[in-house]
Design a protein around this ligand. Structure first.
Ligand code: HEM
Length: 378
């Protein structure tokens, strides 16, 4: 049996240690000399002092030349700090570019240098946000600090899980290599489950729904909207894409994935594109089970490990959905407030989970067919 393999070289995705080092370096940078002044942001937000926020942002902004002269790392750190101000202003109903028109050109320059959108993303808010006294927050509350922490424990392990999943794609079920690589994916993806556990313990769903998520509202720029740095931007959808979704053609999830793809780094966007015309990993495995003429304990064991991986995905999604439902229960009266931080309603979580479980059922049933076929033959 021949397998179509992915054109994407796993080594193109930077390894965990490399990414950590780069992140720490960006965390240390303060190109707009904002360490001190950003400490005042939570109090200004509490007092809804939009005038002080606008003045602070104007004061922070680099000149066109200063922005253009920044290297990649400085531009990432500068965007992180400007981003805190953008989200703060928008939370109080002020469209940043309406009050500071020169923002557009400067943000576009930083976007070009970083190869990311012309505003901050989850990567700026979490991975490039220093911990401790220099941490940038909108509210300074323990809930927000814990929300950032919940994503931080999950985001780089998720990248590692995606890297390992990309490797797994090229291994047939019949190979003894499948199980150890699948175990690696499982170990890394567990970071997502740990992130949820931390959020469940330490982030009030009500405070999230009624306060925090409004700092992640979209802003206008270049005559379009750019989404704020909500956890929804995490590339879990890239994980889904490879594992069970790239060949489904489900309109709503395709639209969702396309909406969040630009908020991820080039390497993730390229990886996503590499799978556009390929069968998903689960469908490739189902095909292998169907076509196999011989009974193989190794193949069966590999397929069972894939179920274990699906179950872990469920261990993130089911409690996350429950938490989101709880949160929005408190905030459903006003239509505008029903939207999630990414602009979707919590109902989208139900739809994604449903599709996710359907793919799992298809795998389970093909494993059963494989077992039945063997029982019949021998
Ligand atoms: C109180 C805490 C949280 C609430 C109320 C919440 C709520 C939501 C809602 C309503 C959505 C739907 C999309 C949208 O925002 O427009 C969403 C999506 C998402 N959230 Fe959260 N969230 C919370 C914390 C977290 C944490 C800590 C993580 C990661 C560790 C996370 C990861 C995601 C992901 C990956 C999605 C995309 C949908 C999916 O893959 O299932 N969320 N969240």
């Amino acid at each position: 049996m021949t397998f179509k393999t992915v054109a994407y070289e796993a080594q193109c995705i930077p390894a965990l240690e490399e990414q950590k080092k780069e992140d720490q370096y960006i965390c240390c940078l303060d190109p707009l000399q904002s360490d001190e002044r950003l400490k005042a942001v939570p109090a200004l937000n509490k007092g809804k002092d939009t005038i002080a926020l606008v003045l602070m942002l104007v004061d922070m902004l680099p000149s066109i030349k200063e922005a253009a002269d920044m290297d990649f790392y400085e531009a990432c750190a500068a965007m992180r700090d400007i981003g805190i101000m953008l989200g703060s202003l928008k939370r109080h109903g002020v469209e940043p570019v309406h009050v500071i028109p020169e923002l557009e050109e400067k943000l576009n320059i930083l976007a070009d240098i970083t190869d990311l959108p012309p505003r901050d993303t989850l990567i700026h808010y979490v991975r490039w946000n220093p911990e401790g006294k220099r941490q940038r927050t909108y509210t300074g509350t323990e809930d927000e600090i814990q929300l950032i922490k919940s994503v931080k424990v999950a985001i780089l392990p998720l990248h590692e899980a995606i890297r390992a999943l990309n490797e797994l794609y090229n291994i047939p079920l019949s190979s003894p290599e499948f199980v150890p690589v699948c175990e690696r994916v499982i170990t890394h993806f567990d970071g997502m489950v740990q992130g949820m556990v931390n959020a469940k313990r330490n982030v009030s769903p009500r405070y999230f729904a009624e306060e925090l998520r409004f700092y992640f509202d979209p802003i206008e720029l270049n005559e379009q909207e750019y989404l704020g740095p909500g956890a929804v931007e995490m590339p879990v959808f890239v994980f889904d894409h490879i594992l069970w979704n790239c060949d489904l053609g489900e309109a709503f999830y395709n639209e969702f994935k396309q909406a969040y793809l630009p908020y991820n780094q080039a390497v993730m966007r390229e990886l996503y594109d590499a799978y556009k015309h390929l069968p998903s990993l689960v469908n490739k495995c189902i095909q292998e089970l169907r076509q196999a003429n011989d009974y193989s304990v190794v193949r069966l064991d590999s397929a069972k490990h894939l179920i274990k991986l699906f179950n872990l995905l469920k261990s993130f999604r089911a409690p996350h959905k429950k938490m989101a439902d709880e949160a929005y229960e408190h905030a459903a009266k006003d239509a505008y407030r029903e939207k999630g931080s990414g602009g979707y309603e919590p109902g989208v979580l139900h739809l994604i989970l449903k599709l996710n479980l359907e793919a799992l059922e298809r795998l389970k049933s093909s494993i059963q067919d494989y077992k039945n076929k063997q029982a019949y033959q021998y």
